[in-house]
Design a protein around this ligand. Structure first.
Ligand code: CU
Length: 160
């Protein structure tokens, strides 16, 4: 019975894996969080952001904040008069709802100039109309997961 149960769980996990991996939560700056002395262009350069992903800005509440800004405000480190992100809790989550370039800065005096500025490009989650190498790979990966799930489900039934 122990084997039977673990096989069923494996089958469910194998079937669910492509669904689970479709949206990603990114902690900005990873372990360094949202702080001075972190190179956010370095952090962002090897990442691909898609609509549906989330950014989490982690910092000591009161020490920093996060403003969504325009490209011009980003360049000049201009803090907008409105706070478009709601309250600053030190664990600020932003849902990437639309595709395009997004800019974020810390609004504490001198912090944006000190490097607390993040620029990312968000891509549409939907696959391109023309089949690309990436979508073909994804389709294959999904196929393998479904196949594995079916095989283990059958195996689970046989051993039951
Ligand atoms: Cu700051």
């Amino acid at each position: 019975m122990v084997v039977h149960r673990s096989l069923v769980i494996f089958a469910i996990v194998a079937l669910m894996a492509p669904v689970i991996s479709s949206a990603t939560e990114y902690v900005v700056g990873s372990g360094d969080g949202w702080n001075l002395g972190v190179k956010y262009d370095e952090w962002a350069k090897d990442k691909q952001f898609f609509v549906g992903d989330t950014l989490v800005f982690k910092y000591k509440a009161g020490s920093h904040n996060v403003y969504k800004v325009t490209g011009d405000q980003f360049k000049s480190c201009t803090v907008p008069s409105n706070n478009s992100l709601g309250s600053f809790t030190g664990n600020d989550t932003i849902n990437l709802a639309t595709a395009g370039t997004k800019w974020y800065i810390c609004g504490i005096k001198g912090h944006c100039d000190g490097g607390m500025k993040l620029k990312i490009t968000v891509l549409d989650a939907a696959p391109a109309p023309a089949p690309s190498a990436a979508t073909t790979l994804f389709a294959k990966a999904t196929g393998v997961h479904v196949l594995l799930g079916v095989i283990f489900a059958i195996a689970a039934l046989i051993t039951a």
